[in-house]
Ligand binder design. Structure first.
Ligand code: NAD
Ligand code: 44H
Length: 541
């Protein structure tokens, strides 16, 4: 009989789990859930793969060290169906699978999620969330809702109509996470102005500021139409009450993989099914697969206290240090390299990041992006050495064949990531007297390759699937006017994209990169094989 994820199984079959090599929780998890329901301390928005492989595991280890007696409450604000499909059916239990470089698996059942709430069109959940936000014991609300979860505006920088309509409905339940959080904060404001920290753990620079700006935008619009008073705005701005600490988070956590699912079943674990929430949609599963390396650095500003996560490896530090670590990881040593591998990998028909790292041109591309172009803008944060970090990324983490990561996953929402992953470095090249943006080669080449990718044609000249992206329709209205193989058809069609500050953080023409990118793009669309040829030529020249 295969072992299943379930309360009774965990209690009655502890030994079989151990024999299978699966660690089970060393605490009375039902008691933890009970205490958490009454006195919540930690709420998390977006219980996707990263949360299940990182935040919830940290909390489990803290509980096991007897540093805390409470779990985490998870809220899913998107319509992915995750809560209904992989939280509720398994009593919020999950199997964390760490895929080590030597091919072995570390497996552990995680029971630190005490409750999971889906807010999508659910009035009952809304009442429960309001109750949680009124609770004085609540110390922190964390987020891993993807970059687009914070976005209120369209490509022209205007508040989207649907968002505006939702805001004008007042303090009602909304399906937009930022409107939801603003309304819930108002609930807390009204029940004694109790302090709270709201911590974004999404991949972008100064993530706390972006979260604060989104929440304040909603609150200020409510203030204008008389839904909230000025005291509410003051409450959000008062750092003794509400903080938005910055953070840097790092742990490569791909979607649940069929290969891992098969291995688990072979080992005797039966809750290993892969579930697709929609056709061609992301794969989710009762297990999550991740890598061994992990880094979490958080600005230490928690006005209502916080769990002692430093006891399980989390760094708490000053804002300047978070900024430096985050710039190092998200803008230089990991994420830009990932995005370059995603774009070129899709064009060159790869489906594995590890396989891409065995391609000499692609390995050289990430080395040039990281060591040559990006590293010049990095300040050593002191707590993690940038050269050691990038070396581990390029030599150990990306090439790990046991991590089933794909360029297609990383290519998701690229329009939301370019400004952070490349735009910040470009800005530094513009600002610094000793650097010159027009000296850059591999960043503009990657941006040109993204435009080429948006054509939906691979390097062999065949139709290719494009990963979901909220700006796809907006950017493709220009790209679709360009004909593969016909460089004359480019005309002015790239200009609305490359000049867009919302995508890149700068107008790329104004800093002399627009034309360079157009030139690369011309080469990339010339004929089948042109992507490989252009890339190889730049690598060797
Ligand atoms: N997976 C990783 O390797 C990794 C590592 C470091 C940081 N991150 C950060 O974490 C984020 C989430 O990664 P993941 O692997 O958990 O992704 P995931 O797809 O497994 O989960 C994303 C979660 O966000 C929610 N969501 C999606 N769109 C939303 C929206 N518009 N509004 C509100 N909620 C929304 C979904 O419901 C889901 O719960 C990434 O975008 C990134 O910023 C991921
Ligand atoms: O999660 P995203 O979509 O923001 O970016 C895709 C990957 O680059 C990212 O998930 C990395 O795996 C992660 O940042 C590693 O810590």
């Amino acid at each position: 009989m295969l072992l299943k994820l379930g309360i009774d199984e965990l209690i009655t079959k502890k030994e079989q789990f151990a024999e299978t090599g699966i660690k089970t929780p060393e605490y009375d998890f039902e008691k933890v859930w009970e205490v958490t329901e009454k006195e919540p301390t930690w709420l998390h928005f977006g219980g996707g793969n990263l949360f299940r492989a990182f935040h919830s595991v940290l909390q489990q280890h803290l509980i096991e060290k007897k540093e805390i007696d409470k779990g985490i409450i998870v809220v899913s604000s998107g319509n992915s169906g995750t809560i209904e499909k992989i939280y509720h059916p398994y009593h919020n239990l999950s199997l964390n699978v760490v895929m080590k470089a030597d091919g072995t698996l570390d497996m552990e059942v995680i029971a630190s999620v005490a409750e999971s709430i889906s807010t999508y069109n659910s009035p009952e959940s809304w009442d429960r969330l309001k109750e949680i936000f009124r609770s004085p014991s609540l110390q922190l609300v964390t987020f891993s809702i993807t970059e687009k979860g914070y976005d209120l505006r369209d490509l022209n920088g205007e508040i989207r109509e649907s968002v505006r309509n939702d805001i004008f409905k007042g303090l009602m339940q909304s399906n937009h996470a930022m409107i939801m959080v603003a309304a819930l904060l108002y609930e807390r404001y009204q029940s004694g102005k109790v302090p709270l920290a709201l911590v974004s753990t999404d991949n972008f620079s100064h993530n706390g500021d972006k979260l604060k700006e989104a929440v304040l935008t909603v609150a200020s619009m409510w203030k204008e139409i008389g839904v909230v008073d000025n005291g509410f705005i003051d409450y959000i701005n008062d750092e003794t009450k509400i903080t938005f600490p910055w953070s840097m988070i790092d742990k490569i956590t791909p979607q649940s993989s069929e290969i891992v699912s098969e291995k688990l079943t072979e080992l005797g674990f039966g809750s290993a099914e892969i579930i697709y929430t929609r056709p061609n949609g992301p794969a989710i599963a009762p297990f999550v697969n991740t890598e061994e390396s992990e880094y979490l650095v958080i600005e230490d500003r928690f006005p209502n206290g916080r769990p002692s996560l430093e006891k399980v490896g989390v760094y708490f530090t000053k804002r300047e240090v978070v900024d430096q670590v985050e710039r190092m990881k998200v803008c230089t040593c990991l994420n830009p390299l990932h995005t370059a591998l995603a774009i070129f990998g899709c064009l060159l028909d790869y489906t594995s990041i590890a396989d891409e790292m065995r391609d000499k041109d692609l390995k050289a591309l990430v080395e040039k992006l990281g060591y040559d172009e990006g590293m010049k803008t990095v300040t050593d944060p002191g707590i993690i050495d940038p050269i050691q970090f990038i070396k581990e990324v390029i030599e150990v983490r990306f090439p790990n064949p046991n991590i089933p990561d794909t360029p297609q996953r990383i290519a998701t929402d690229t329009s939301q990531k370019l400004g952070i992953r490349f735009g910040e470095t470009i800005k530094r090249y513009v600002e610094r007297e000793d650097l010159n943006a027009t000296d850059l080669t591999f960043i503009p080449l990657t941006i040109a390759a993204w435009c080429r990718y948006l054509m939906g044609i691979n390097d062999a000249g065949e139709e290719m699937n494009i990963s979901p992206d909220p700006l796809l329709n907006e950017v493709q209205q220009y790209i679709n006017k360009i004909e593969f193989g016909n460089t004359d058809s480019i005309g002015t069609n790239l200009q609305p994209i490359l000049s867009n500050q919302k995508i890149f953080g700068t107008n790329l023409y104004e800093i002399g990169l627009g034309t360079k990118i157009e030139e690369f793009f011309k080469q990339l669309i010339k004929e089948p094989g042109a992507v490989r040829k252009t890339l190889h030529h730049q690598i060797v020249s």
